[in-house]
Design a protein around this ligand. Structure first.
Ligand code: BES
Ligand code: MN
Ligand code: ZN
Length: 495
């Protein structure tokens, strides 16, 4: 979908469809009022008959209204006037997106972003709408022999503002589009199965992304990792026939001397659990265990598209976690790059084993902050469900910044404690640290493990086990937390 912005009077628009908001009880938004007036009260009369539900996100398409040049008006319910929230606004935009995707109209005029939403300016409303509208057109038919060839759906959309659009709205539009494109990359990588999206495939994707944008890339091979002493990461890889990779992305949009933000993404391209084998039911979903890595690649795509003035390094340790004759066994002890020894009591707690070496490697960039993103613990789904990512940090200001970024991006996270008391749950009789904690608080003990490797800098950890993908009828990767991370970096860039 292509976007533009212009000032205009809703009643004069000739587009294939004009989208306008309506509040509960038939109360018209400014745009709907203008349409109603031009059509001599037809809209108000139809609404008075109760054809449009009051709930935010309900829709009603009206055809060939008198006095209007457009053949279709799509009315979208915004809920009660004065009670508009981020959520109801996003719900209304999503509903409009669904209707537009199935519409025979080729182009549409969107007047829905021109509503008052407390605490959110026009730039926010347009960025969110552009992101939601573009994201709604995402399809994953890469591996279908017959592609969806339906010609339906709006291809061009113009955001209509009452006055002359302010200059910052172009940037907002770009932001929304860039985030949706980053999400699309993250979704596709997540959706691709383990036999396609291997560590090598992630490395090739990183190389391609670097070529298309102002990004440098370096790929470390097994021998390089051996030289660096990444014994923990390599121990996970030793059970698999697929060669592991360590991907380093470098985006230098800021001043050369600015210290970078480092993003670290878990890249397990398939997690069988290893010798601590997972149960068979639903194991296919463990193809998504590289969604942290995918979110790093997606975020790089978004910030490069926006040419954000900031320096960002991306680190992706990637391997399969397989059982096999040479796989690690419960009880094995390995030495991490930091020098700390780890007793592997459960080979299914592999994410932290690959992340810890990447977190040690991050030190060499002298980062302002490090954020890792990982589908790390099933316990996080028990705690927060599928709506909210888990956030743990060794720095409360960084945590607050990420929480606010998630709020603003509609990609929310919630903080769990990382108090020192919890460190007592990680004790090994034979090594410096075990890779699992004692019973309970699984998300926190996983983060406590990582915290042993992040003492040199400000660090936050996002557990996206519940939010990176959806199960069931519309199963698939969500592209989260690309919106949160991109918003965070936009803030860090001082924009
Ligand atoms: N990738 C999984 C976590 C996961 C499980 C994410 C289910 C989403 C859905 C991770 O590698 C894992 O297996 N974690 C174990 C840790 C345990 C052995 C301490 C878990 O959560 O069960
Ligand atoms: Mn696992
Ligand atoms: Zn895993």
């Amino acid at each position: 979908m292509e976007f533009t912005i212009k000032a205009g009077s809703p009643e004069k628009l000739k587009n294939g469809c004009v989208v306008a908001g309506v509040f509960a009880g038939g109360e018209l938004s400014a745009a709907a009022k203008a349409l109603d007036k031009a059509s001599d009260g037809t809209i108000a009369a139809i609404l008075a008959r109760g054809d449009l539900d009051d709930k935010a996100g309900a829709t009603l398409t009206l055809h060939a209204l008198p006095g209007l040049a457009t053949p279709r008006v799509l009315l979208v319910s915004l809920g009660k006037a004065g009670e508009l929230t981020d959520k109801t606004y996003r719900d209304a935009v999503s509903a409009a997106a669904r209707q537009l995707a199935g519409s025979p109209a080729d182009d549409a005029a969107f007047c829905l972003a021109d509503v008052d939403l407390p605490g959110r300016d026009a730039a926010w409303r347009i960025a969110q709408a552009a992101q939601i509208l573009k994201d709604s057109t995402y399809r994953c038919d890469e591996l279908k022999s017959k592609k969806d060839e339906s010609k339906k759906g709006v291809k061009k959309l113009v955001f209509v503002t009452r006055g002359k659009p302010a200059a910052d709205l172009d940037a907002a539009l770009l932001e929304g589009e860039a985030i949706a494109e980053g999400m699309a990359l993250a979704k596709t990588l997540g959706n691709l199965p383990g036999n396609v999206c291997t560590p090598g495939y992630l490395a090739t994707t990183a190389r391609k992304l670097a070529k298309e944008h102002k990004i440098k890339v370096e790929i470390l091979e097994r021998a390089d990792m051996e030289k660096l002493g990444m014994g923990s990461l390599l121990s996970v890889a030793q059970g698999s026939h697929e060669p592991p990779k360590f991907i380093i992305l470098n985006y230098k949009g800021g001043k050369p001397k600015d210290k970078p933000v480092v993003l670290v993404g878990k890249g397990i391209t398939f997690d069988t659990g290893g010798i601590s084998l997972k149960p068979g039911e639903g194991m296919d979903e463990m193809k998504y265990d590289m969604c942290g890595a995918a979110s790093v690649l997606g975020t790089f795509k978004a910030i490069a598209r926006m040419e954000l003035p900031i320096n960002v390094v991306g680190l992706i340790p990637t391997t399969e976690n397989m059982p096999g004759g040479s796989a690690i066994k419960p009880g094995d002890i390995v030495t991490s790059m930091s020098g700390q020894t780890i007793e592997i009591l459960n080979t299914d707690a592999e994410g932290r084993l690959i992340l810890c070496d990447a977190l040690t490697y991050a030190e060499r960039f002298d980062p302002v902050a490090v954020v890792d993103i990982a589908t790390l613990t099933g316990a996080c789904i028990i705690a927060l469900g599928n709506l909210t990512s888990g956030l743990l940090a060794n720095d409360d200001a960084l945590a607050a910044e990420l929480l606010a970024s998630g709020q603003a991006a509609g990609d929310k996270a919630w903080q769990l404690p990382l108090w020192d008391e919890y460190q007592d749950m990680l004790k090994s009789n034979f090594a410096d640290i075990p890779n699992i904690g004692s019973k309970g608080a699984g998300t926190i003990t996983a983060a406590c493990f990582l915290a042993r490797f992040t003492k040199a800098y400000k660090w936050a950890h996002l557990d996206i086990a519940g939010t990176a993908w959806k199960s069931g009828a519309d199963k698939g990767a969500t592209g989260r937390p690309v919106p949160l991370l991109t918003r965070f970096l936009i803030g860090r860039a001082g924009l």
